[in-house]
Design a protein around this ligand. Structure first.
Ligand code: PBE
Length: 307
């Protein structure tokens, strides 16, 4: 935390200098109608101190962003500053309050798009993929050991709006309560997932998830549905790499957390053949570089190198 604040002070100092420099430039350039200059992509890149405000280092989007900095020649000399989702959202909110530029790693579904007017930067190299699916994976042997749970997990499919409604309610209540509310309101959907499945008597099952609101939503809904069926459910939040490791090793039973193909594709490939892929549980997710809509750039390629 301390480290992050310190970095932020550095960024603010850099920004003030950039603004002073821009002001000087405008005075010298009075004849040329230099008003647009403060919005130019070179200035945007300087004003953000050639820094992408990222999230937790273990996130798939963090790996993708390191790849983007490597791959895009125009991101030469850029820093990808990793901290936490909460710190990224605070920095984004602060920048928007002051109408300052900022480049963050963002994803949907997420309330950031409802709360603020934001846009994804185009990604001509396709580093962040296009549409992402969220898939369900299970340890080998789960189908034989717990066929009832396997069937329910295999049937689990919902829409981004469903996930968003749990995430929105969870702003004001615990995820358990928000998930229960969704289950109560959508018992017809849940009935389809559990149709023909026999009840069980207190068998234990462990689901691993990643520590973001999207996955807290799906895991808590799955927990309630499996508990209705008679299971005793444990939810364990871990890093994305550990989701795959735990399922591949048989230490956990299943997960509804992997984002594919771009976000967690590297982990998937590393463990391919050591787990079962039960297919998507949601489609229409996305990751990428996100900026406030007032910023006058549209593509990652509009950013300028640091050197
Ligand atoms: N996320 C949310 C995660 C997956 C879910 C996009 C921040 C990640 O990048 O690993």
């Amino acid at each position: 935390m301390f480290h992050f604040k310190w970095k932020k002070i550095g960024a603010i100092t850099g920004l003030s200098l950039a603004l002073i420099a821009a002001g000087c430039g405008q005075q010298e350039d009075n004849s040329g109608g230099g008003d647009d200059q403060s919005d130019s992509s070179a200035n945007i890149s300087e004003e953000v101190d050639h820094t992408i405000t990222g999230i937790e280092p273990g996130a798939g989007i963090a790996q993708a962003t390191d790849n983007a900095v490597e791959e895009y020649e125009n991101l030469a000399g850029w820093e990808h500053e990793k901290s936490s989702t909460a710190a990224m959202l605070t920095a984004l909110g602060d920048a928007i309050d002051k109408e300052e530029p900022i480049v963050v790693t963002g994803w949907s579904p997420h309330y950031m798009f409802a709360k603020w007017d934001l846009k994804y930067l185009e990604d001509p190299n396709g580093v962040y993929g296009d549409v992402e699916k969220i898939i369900t994976i299970a340890r080998q042997g789960l189908k034989e050991d717990m066929p009832e749970a396997y069937t329910i997990l295999d049937n689990f499919h919902w829409e981004p709006e469903d996930m968003e409604s749990v995430m929105l309610d969870a702003q004001e209540m615990e995820f358990e309560e928000a998930a229960q509310k969704w289950v109560d309101d959508n018992q017809d959907v849940v009935d389809e997932w559990t149709e023909g499945v026999e009840p069980v008597d207190g068998k234990s099952i462990e689901l691993v998830l990643t520590p973001w609101d999207t996955e807290r939503s799906s895991a808590n809904v799955a927990k309630i549905v499996l508990e209705q069926q008679g299971y005793d459910v444990t939810l364990t939040p871990v890093d994305p790499s550990v989701v795959f490791e735990a399922i591949a090793a048989g230490d956990a039973d299943a997960s509804l957390a992997p984002w594919m193909p771009a976000t967690h594709g590297a982990f998937y490939e590393k463990h391919e053949g050591e787990f079962e892929d039960l297919g998507e549980n949601l489609t229409g997710a996305k990751i990428g570089l996100v900026v406030p809509s007032y910023m006058d750039i549209d593509s990652i390629e509009d950013l300028e190198p640091a050197e």
